[in-house]
Design a protein around this ligand. Structure first.
Ligand SMILES: Cc1cc2nc3c(=O)[nH]c(=O)nc-3n(C[C@H](O)[C@H](O)[C@H](O)COP(=O)(O)OP(=O)(O)OC[C@H]3O[C@@H](n4cnc5c(N)ncnc54)[C@H](O)[C@@H]3O)c2cc1C
Length: 373
């Protein structure tokens, strides 16, 4: 622990942001010293982390994301339950289907093509005839997101209502001015989600061109009061909708990805209407009402791969951002790797080779960084 300066709360590691990224960073760093999480809101998890669809899918994302997902699975083992994903190809989407199936075949539990009549056995409301091919992905699991977030924050000091408003490095320490007092530490971790570029600019560090993308979700009642809990998630390979059991009803989404500025995002009525219209098109159900609706920001780097590592020319400033639509899938693996980079150790065997593709210095980010100022 560092010596305390009057009026400034000092610690070994300051983590900016209390979502799943910041929580996981705090969890893995707490082995190496004292950690304080600074969270702008009244409760951690208020933004993207509290708004997820709760899927942990071995098939989702690019090669790096899948490796991170595989490396994270053991950490969440008791929080995962079988769900399964049926991915359908509308007529005309044969190319996308072939690509998705080829990708799915490389997963540890490979995707398999389904006979068309098998789809209604798994989910009886899917409208026969509108799709031409179907596959089943058994290793698409549900994750208890609240339990995962809580686990990572256990024993960690979180200061809420502490929005970071300025960052300076002086005498080997990062000083953070916040709405809940001043803090200092030799190392800071930027886990501010959609605001991560904004936080970097406060420190005089080049933004990475992260893009917050709005995604909408709504809960509708179970059709005809059926027991839907065992139905799989149903999606299409062209990513125009998905639905899955949630809280006794169905979560429906138009799989939207609308670029917006970072803010406390609300659902757009048109997106909710699109979710319902698409659901009615692909199923035999008429939706009588929407019980609950929300939107959240999935924030991605230009290559849709998380960003983990020290900023160029800024000793002690580490990125843990750009978790996109995969935050829960990858959080343990990216945070463990981050802790290794912070402490100068070689990192876990399963993921140390990913330090380069995750680095904030990688070419795909450097090419964009100039435009992101
Ligand atoms: C509708 C939807 C469905 C999703 N479904 C899935 C899914 O099925 N599976 C999956 O793995 N992922 C899913 N995701 C993605 C997942 O939710 C995100 O990847 C993850 O929550 C990102 O976590 P984060 O900690 O980076 O960001 P956030 O949870 O947004 O946390 C960032 C935190 O930083 C704080 N902050 C910002 N600025 C400051 C500041 N200046 N000072 C202090 N604090 C600050 C914010 O208040 C916030 O709490 C989904 C997302 C959405 C929106």
């Amino acid at each position: 622990m560092l010596a305390r300066a009057p009026g400034v709360s000092m610690t070994d590691f300051l983590v900016l942001g209390g979502g799943i990224a910041g929580a996981a960073a705090a969890h893995f760093l707490s082995v190496h010293g004292e950690v304080t999480v600074l969270e702008a809101e009244a409760a951690p998890g208020y933004h993207a982390t509290g708004r997820s669809a709760g899927l942990f899918s071995a098939y989702y994302g690019n090669r790096v994301v899948r490796a991170l997902t595989a490396a994270s699975q053991a950490c969440w083992a008791d929080l995962l339950t079988p769900r399964g994903v049926v991915a359908l190809a509308p007529h005309g989407a044969e190319k996308e289907f072939a690509q998705a199936l080829a990708d799915g075949l490389t997963a540890p539990l490979p995707a398999r093509e389904l006979p068309l009549d098998e789809v209604q056995r798994l989910c009886p409301i899917v409208r026969p005839g509108w799709y031409g091919r179907a596959m089943f992905k058994a290793a698409g699991l549900d994750i208890d997101t609240a339990g995962a977030h809580h686990r990572m924050l256990r024993g960690v000091q979180v200061v809420t209502r502490a929005r970071v408003t300025a960052l300076h490095r002086r005498s080997g320490l990062w000083h953070a001015s916040t709405t809940n007092g001043p803090f200092a530490a030799p190392v800071i971790v930027n886990a501010a989600g959609a605001w991560a570029d904004e936080v970097a600019r406060m420190a005089g560090i080049a933004a990475l061109g992260l893009r917050p993308l709005r995604r909408t979700a709504a809960i509708i009642p179970a059709p005809d009061r059926r027991a839907v809990d065992r139905w799989p998630m149903v999606a299409d390979v062209t990513e125009t909708f998905y639905f899955k059991p949630e809280s006794g009803g169905l979560l429906v989404s138009p799989a939207d990805a609308t670029p917006v500025a970072p803010h406390d995002v609300r659902p757009d009525d048109l997106d909710v209407a699109r979710a319902v219209a698409r659901f009615e098109e692909v199923t035999t159900v008429q939706v009588a009402r929407v019980c609950h609706r929300w939107a959240g920001l999935r924030t991605t780097a230009p290559d849709d791969t998380p960003v983990v590592g020290e900023a160029s020319g800024a000793t002690g400033f580490f990125w843990l951002a750009g978790l996109g639509g995969y935050g829960f899938q990858v959080a343990p693996a990216v945070a463990e790797l981050l802790a290794a980079l912070v402490t100068g150790s070689s990192g876990p065997r399963a993921t140390r080779h990913l330090a380069a593709p995750l680095s904030p210095l990688r070419a795909s980010i450097a090419a964009n960084a100039g435009r992101a100022q």
